[in-house]
Design a protein around this ligand. Structure first.
Ligand code: C5P
Length: 215
């Protein structure tokens, strides 16, 4: 398969030296890229700033903002059979980006924020019927309820739910507290699992879903 993958966080700039971002190490994306290559898939990776170094065989597109990520993803998705949206995309971006550094003062700094484009939502609308689409959901609570809503609203085939906020799994860790939910019905709770092992399971599920979409 030709697989498009996103990973890492995005940065939403306030001025040339300050930005708002999400926590994301890119470790899950790195694990997925490793498994995809081992299983002979062709990989394009659209990555926010996370320091993940891809092998030469991966077409790598480096981006910073959610808007840039959306532009690259929508362009690259045309050629993909499956898309895995692993990136921790910022949900809000400052309404105005100052061209010069904002000078500090003793006053409270108020920043007005607007929503970023929901890339997974746009992908689902455009390609949900033809391509396999997998999304992630980092949640602290109501894991299943939120995952099922995302499956429905964003029209994806699979959601990888990631319970964050517990010791020994999640951000910066090689482990994740994970569960998979499928549009076709069915779920699989893993509890704490290594990102490498989870990467393997996700790729095998995407291969299976591709077979059923091809029929
Ligand atoms: O709605 P929520 O942000 O929890 O959804 C997470 C999923 O949606 C992830 O797969 C993430 O990559 C994707 N997402 C996106 N664009 C956004 C926000 C999230 O593609 N602006």
């Amino acid at each position: 398969m030709k697989v498009l993958l996103t990973g890492g966080p995005t940065r939403e700039y306030l001025d040339p030296v300050r930005y708002i971002t999400n926590r994301s190490s890119g470790k899950m994306a790195k694990a997925l890229i490793g498994v995809l290559l081992k299983r002979k898939h062709k990989v394009t990776a659209v990555l926010g700033p996370c320091g993940v170094k891809c092998p030469k065989s991966v077409k790598t597109v480096n981006v910073e903002t959610a808007r840039q990520m959306k532009n690259s993803v929508m362009k690259e998705a045309e050629h993909a059979d499956a898309v895995i949206m692993c990136a921790a995309v910022a949900d809000y971006t400052p309404v105005k980006v100052s061209a010069v550094k904002i000078k500090k003062s003793d006053d409270i700094l108020r920043v007005r924020m607007k929503r970023t484009p929901d890339i997974l939502f746009c992908l689902g609308r455009k390609y949900g019927k033809k391509k396999v689409i997998a999304g992630f959901a980092a949640e602290t609570d109501k894991i299943e309820e939120n995952a099922l809503r995302k499956l429905r609203d964003k029209k994806c085939d699979m959601i990888v739910a990631n319970k964050v906020g517990e010791k020994g799994a999640g951000f910066d860790s090689s482990m994740m507290n994970a569960a998979l939910f499928f549009r076709e019905g069915g779920k699989n709770h893993f509890g704490k699992i290594s990102k490498n092992r989870l990467g393997y399971i996700i790729v095998r599920e995407i291969e299976r879903l591709r077979q059923t979409k091809n029929k």
